[in-house]
Design a protein around this ligand. Structure first.
Ligand code: APR
Ligand code: ZN
Length: 268
């Protein structure tokens, strides 16, 4: 996309943001790559290294080997997510909430970086759960994720079992084949029906039901802005396509909408 198109799209998106009062933001793994967390489908992404068909929820429930493989992968990824810092794009989304413009933030990410950047739990829907927590899928008991990580690293445990019922403990993320959290999903779709602008940041928009949120918002009359460094299947719905890096694009969008600069993480 030639630069002038990007500059025009950014200006158009900024004007829409300036006018909006009730923004639905949807983020995907692309908002966190600048924080050092690989996404899923870009070159080098998680699904280019591991086969998601081997890590489905059904296989996790039925096969001890899958639980072992799953926890081996989680032991590698957990510290990267735990120690990552929000980047300018996360801070820009937090600035939208501080400016009173954010209706709701729906994130597909399980890294907790939006909360770390200052978005409130009330307005943040972690619709695919969180890697920073672990629960028993048989009784729901919460488990200390950091403690589990220590034991996995020490080799004192290979596949965590529930302290309360002896059941199967899993990071609190939604895997392929696992049912979506009902209340969070309903809230996300309700927000899409009433927002006056929807901004998607860093998602390939290929995983449902989340990928249908832009269709619902546009059908209900909201303009759609997509900030992504590659094309998505929803591009034809967008009023502005900002083809660029999330951090820089969101900084320009915020500035163009008269909302200043995304504060650094320290000075919230
Ligand atoms: N700036 C802008 N866009 C970026 C950046 C960046 N710095 N880095 C990556 N992207 C884009 C990629 O080009 C890609 O289009 O972000 C998108 C990320 O897409 P995916 O890797 O498919 O991630 P996501 O859309 O979040 O995946 C959805 O799939 O596997 C499941 O549960 C998982 O929540 C995840 C869901
Ligand atoms: Zn249990």
């Amino acid at each position: 996309m030639p630069f002038s198109d990007v500059a025009d799209a950014t200006a158009r998106a900024a004007a829409l943001l300036e006018a909006a009062r009730s923004v639905l933001v949807l983020t995907g793994a692309g908002i966190s790559t600048e924080s050092g967390i690989p996404d899923f489908r870009s070159p080098g992404g998680l699904w280019t290294k591991y086969d998601p068909r081997k890590l489905t929820f059904d296989l996790f429930c039925s096969r001890a080997e899958t639980r072992r493989d799953y926890w081996r992968l989680a032991t590698q990824t957990y510290p990267v997510l735990r120690d990552a810092e929000p980047n300018a794009a996360h801070r820009a989304v937090a600035a939208l909430e501080r400016a009173g413009k954010l209706l709701c933030l729906v994130t597909q990410n399980v890294d907790g970086l939006h909360l770390k950047a200052g978005n409130s739990r009330e307005r943040t829907i972690e619709i695919h759960g969180s890697s920073l927590r672990a629960t028993c899928i048989d009784c729901g008991a919460e488990h200390d994720r950091e403690e589990l990580h220590r034991r996995l690293l020490a080799g004192t445990v290979e596949v965590p079992v529930c302290e309360a019922c002896g059941g199967r403990v899993k990071p609190a993320t939604i895997s392929f084949g696992q049912s979506m959290p009902e209340e969070e999903t309903a809230r996300a779709f309700a927000a899409a029906e009433v927002c006056d602008l929807m901004i998607v940041i860093g998602s390939s928009l290929v995983v449902y039901p989340v990928a249908s949120l832009p269709d619902v918002a546009v059908k209900a009359g909201a303009p759609l802005v997509i900030v992504n460094n590659e094309a998505t299947p929803k591009d034809d719905l967008a009023a502005a396509l900002v083809r660029g890096a999330a951090g820089e694009s969101m900084t320009l969008l915020l500035r163009g909408a008269g909302l200043g600069e995304p504060l650094s993480s320290r000075s919230r």
